[in-house]
Design a protein around this ligand. Structure first.
Ligand SMILES: NC(=O)c1ccc[n+]([C@@H]2O[C@H](COP(=O)([O-])OP(=O)(O)OC[C@H]3O[C@@H](n4cnc5c(N)ncnc54)[C@H](O)[C@@H]3O)[C@@H](O)[C@H]2O)c1
Ligand SMILES: O[C@H]1[C@H](O)[C@@H](O)[C@H](O)[C@@H](O)[C@H]1O
Length: 339
C-alpha cells in the first residue's frame, strides 16, 4: 500500500495509554488520523472521540475494524483483551500496533503467532517502545560496533512510583519486566534460556501481599547475564536504567542527567514521574515509524515472535517467582516468517 490519504487508525482501548496515543496520532504524527475509538466503557470512548474531528466511538472492536475508513488498528486495551482484538484484525487483514504485552501468557501468544503465519505475512508491530528511545538506540549502536568487546552482563533497574490497584506479584514480571526481557533480547541479539527470581522482603511502601521489589536474573544463549531490579512502589520517581558490562568497558543509560542544577549549597535535578514523560519521544518515534512503514505496505519493529518470546520468558519468570529457584524457558521453534 503506497498511500496518499492519511492512514485511518482505530484505537482499541481509550484508557491512559490509548487516550495518549489518540492525542499523539491526532496532534503529533504525520500521515495518520484517528478514524475510530473503541472502549467497553461507552462513555469513555465517546469522550475521547469527541475531541477528534471525524472520529466515531464504538464498544465493539469488530464494528470499528469493519468501518470503511479504518486502515489500521492500535490495540491499547489491557493485555488479556489483546488476543481477541488481534485475531479480529487478522480477519480483516489489517496492520496492527499492539501495546505490550502481546498477550499475558505464552500459549495465547503462540496462538497469535500461528494465526499470523496462517495469513502468510507479518501484520503486527508490538509496542516495545524502548527500541525507539534515543538512549537505548545509542546503547544498541555502541554494542553493535564491538568497540567495548563482547557484552558479558546487563544491569537493569526499573522503578515505578506506585503500582495500580489491580497489580499482582506476577504482573511485576509479565507487565513490567517484559520490557527488560525484550530490551535484553534486542540489545544482545540473544534468546533468553532461563530465569531466576529472588524475592527480598517486600517494601512497607508496597500494597499488602504484593511481592515488591523482585530481583530477576535472565540467562542467555550467548552466555550473558541480564539482571533486573523491578520495584513498582519506590515512591520517588520513574527510573529505567541499563548498564552494559563488556570485555573492554561499560556503557550506561537512564541516569536522567539532562538538566543538573547547582544552587543554595546543593546540586540536583528532577526525576520523571511516569512513562508518558520518560518515554514521550520514544512513543512518538514508535508510532511515526509504524505509520510510515504501514503506508509503504511494510511491517517493521518488534514482531509477534518477539511478543511471544517475551511472554515465554515471563511465564518462566512467574513460575520461578512462585516456586523459587531457576526455571528454563520453553521456547517453540522460530517459524520462517520471523527469521
Ligand atoms: N509501552 C508502555 O510503556 C505502556 C505503558 C502503559 C501501558 N501499556 C500497555 O497499554 C495497555 C493499556 O494500558 P493502560 O495503562 O492504558 O490501561 P487502562 O486500564 O488505563 O486502559 C485500558 C482501557 O481499555 C478498556 N478496555 C478493557 N477491555 C477492553 C476491550 N475488550 N475492548 C476495548 N477496550 C477495553 C478499559 O475500559 C480502559 O478504558 C496495556 O497492554 C498495558 O500493558 C504500555
Ligand atoms: O504497563 C506499565 C508500562 O509498561 C510501563 O512502561 C512500566 O514501567 C510499568 O511497570 C508497567 O506496569
Amino acid at each position: 500500500m503506497n498511500r496518499r490519504e492519511p492512514l485511518g487508525i482505530a484505537v482499541i482501548g481509550t484508557g491512559r495509554m490509548g487516550a495518549d496515543h489518540v492525542r499523539r496520532i491526532d496532534r503529533v504524527i504525520n500521515g495518520a488520523r484517528v478514524a475510530a475509538v473503541v472502549d467497553v466503557d461507552a462513555e469513555r470512548a465517546k469522550a475521547v472521540a469527541a475531541g477528534v474531528d471525524g472520529c466515531t466511538a464504538h464498544t465493539d472492536p469488530a464494528a470499528a475494524m469493519a468501518a470503511a475508513d479504518v486502515d489500521a488498528v492500535l490495540i491499547a486495551s489491557p493485555g488479556p483483551a489483546h488476543e481477541a482484538a488481534l485475531l479480529t484484525a487478522f480477519e480483516h487483514d489489517l496492520p496492527v500496533l499492539c501495546e505490550k504485552p502481546l498477550t499475558p501468557d505464552a500459549a495465547s501468544a503462540l496462538r497469535v503467532v500461528e494465526a499470523e503465519q496462517a495469513l502468510g505475512h507479518r501484520r503486527v508491530q508490538v509496542g516495545f517502545m524502548r527500541r525507539y528511545d534515543a538512549e537505548y538506540v545509542k546503547l544498541k549502536a555502541l554494542l553493535s560496533t564491538g568497540r567495548l568487546g563482547r557484552p558479558l552482563m546487563l544491569h537493569n533497574r526499573h522503578r515505578n512510583v506506585a503500582s495500580p490497584p489491580f497489580f499482582t506479584s506476577p504482573m511485576l514480571i509479565s507487565d513490567s519486566v517484559a520490557h527488560e526481557v525484550d530490551a535484553t533480547r534486542w540489545l544482545l541479539g540473544h534468546e533468553i534460556t532461563a530465569v531466576t527470581v529472588l524475592r527480598p522482603a517486600p517494601s512497607s511502601g508496597a500494597p499488602e501481599g504484593l511481592r515488591d521489589p523482585q530481583f530477576v536474573v535472565l540467562e542467555t544463549d550467548g552466555g550473558a547475564l541480564s539482571d533486573v531490579e523491578i520495584f513498582v512502589n519506590c515512591g520517588f520517581g520513574y527510573q529505567v536504567q541499563a548498564e552494559a558490562v563488556c570485555e573492554r568497558g561499560t556503557a550506561r543509560i537512564g541516569d536522567g542527567h539532562a538538566l543538573v542544577t547547582h544552587t543554595a549549597g546543593r546540586w540536583g535535578g528532577t526525576i520523571t514521574q511516569d512513562w508518558t514523560e520518560r518515554f514521550a519521544q520514544a512513543y512518538d518515534d514508535e508510532i511515526q515509524t509504524w505509520v510510515d512503514a504501514t503506508r509503504r505496505g511494510e511491517v517493521t519493529g518488534p514482531s509477534t515472535w518477539d511478543g511471544y518470546a517475551a511472554a515465554a520468558v515471563c511465564e518462566a519468570g512467574i513460575r520461578a517467582l512462585e516456586n523459587g529457584g531457576r526455571v528454563e524457558v520453553d521456547l517453540a521453534e522460530k517459524p520462517p516468517l520471523y527469521r
